[in-house]
Design a protein around this ligand. Sequence first.
Ligand code: S3P
Length: 199
Amino acid sequence: MLNRKPAVGDRQRAARAVVLIGFMGAGKSSVGRALGEELGWTFEDLDERIERRERRKVPEIFRDSGESAFRRAEHTALRELLSELRAGAERVVAVGGGAFAQVHNAALLKAGGVPAVFLDAGVEELWRRCTQQAERQGIERPLLGSLESFRELYEARRPHYLKASFRQETSGKSVEEIAAEVVQALGLDRSRGRRGEKQ
Ligand code: S3P
């Protein structure tokens, strides 16, 4: 096994944080919570940090101040988070669908040595998940739009997502399966997670 190609985990062995990226409906928050439990790391949703800092919900920021104001708030929140990670915090972080498509955010994560995991699914599946969440849970997404505009945005962003450290397929898999596959692919340490004591 001497000539084995290094797994992502070999390069990221010391990772103490993971960022989940991907389009709306990719499952970043639900997979992030499961991954946090697997690892015994705190889960954080960057949109919630933005909302706390701004004292407004994301749809309100879009409605009252526009998308560019939201992007500025998102970038500032990401910088703040990265300084906490540098200080040694262990965290699984879900970022909104647009965050990694902003090149300065992707560069910040890269410079901080935080692996980005792209949760992937087909656009029709993502649209189905988002419209169901809107109907059943009242989840409002300012950029949901029509299937046509959703698809255009997805296609424009996908090349950015593909620059992540690792692409994880999500279609037809449970949240727990996805989290377990990410742990394996990145070679993360589960000893402090919820199943750690059984290993
Ligand atoms: C956005 C996605 C949302 C949220 C904001 C902008 C986007 O997060 O950050 O509405 O640009 O795709 P989710 O990806 O969690 O829906």
